[in-house]
Design a protein around this ligand. Structure first.
Ligand code: URA
Length: 233
């Protein structure tokens, strides 16, 4: 792949801007300063990218997959209304590239959020057909017992919906902490299911989405990953 195209795919600007980065000797790849705008680059061989001496994480090509540990008070939207966008937590070069979140988390929900430019992957992971499990930890307003979990597992009728939905798993870590796994993704599903069962979610955290967890990521941090891991619960 031509080096200018490669730099564009890194979100570093227009063809003209990327050409100038090379002409002004500002780009080093794998420790070598690049000065030939006709050079070919193998994107997957790039392990180190420096722009004007500053290290930058190379964006995988053609597809990238980001795992973000979403903080509260961020909206899963490119056009947020009340809070900053989750995308604003990513570096500026990435923001020049098209990408979408894989499903949404509410502004007050924290935890695993996946972002990608791979539309097929996004579709596959969110399609009800594939039943990708999502594991949530919910803090409940009222003390609960096994009856709540049994109700969630056997199915509840959501308000304003004529379909019964059930949790794949529901158990209490303590009287106010519910661990619930669902494999569909209706709007506000966890909060609505818990409300339909007579309780209320006060805090919600997604611990796992398919095989992916926030392990090792502090709140607000992100990393690239390769989705070759099995999608299991
Ligand atoms: N269910 C909810 O109610 N909210 C979320 O953010 C995710 C699942």
């Amino acid at each position: 792949m031509n080096i200018i195209k490669y730099l564009q795919a890194q979100g570093l600007g227009s063809r003209k801007q990327c050409t100038q980065l090379i002409q002004y000797d500002l780009i080093a790849i794998n420790g070598c300063l690049k000065n030939n705008t006709n050079e070919d680059i193998a994107p997957n061989d790039v392990v180190a990218l420096e722009i004007n001496g500053e290290k930058q994480i190379p964006v995988p090509y053609p597809f990238f997959y980001i795992l973000l540990n979403k903080p509260a008070d961020y909206e899963t939207s490119h056009k947020p209304k009340h809070y900053p966008s989750v995308f604003s937590l990513l570096p500026p070069n990435l923001l020049n590239l098209p990408m979408q979140a894989v499903g949404r988390l509410d502004a007050d929900t924290t935890g695993v959020l996946i972002i990608t430019n791979d539309g097929q992957f996004n579709h596959r992971i969110t399609s009800p057909k594939h039943k990708v499990p999502k594991r949530y930890r919910a803090v409940l307003k009222h003390a609960a017992d096994e009856r709540l979990c049994a109700q969630l597992r056997s199915g509840v009728l959501l308000h304003d919906d004529n379909e019964t939905v059930c949790a794949e798993q529901a158990e209490l870590a303590d009287a106010h902490t519910l661990i619930m796994v669902i494999s569909n993704g209706k709007y506000h599903q966890v909060k609505r299911m818990v409300a339909a069962a007579g309780n209320r979610v006060e805090q919600l955290h997604r611990e796992q989405f398919g095989a992916w967890r926030t392990d090792g990521l502090s709140v607000g941090e992100w990393r690239f990953f390769q989705p070759d891991q099995l999608i299991t619960s």
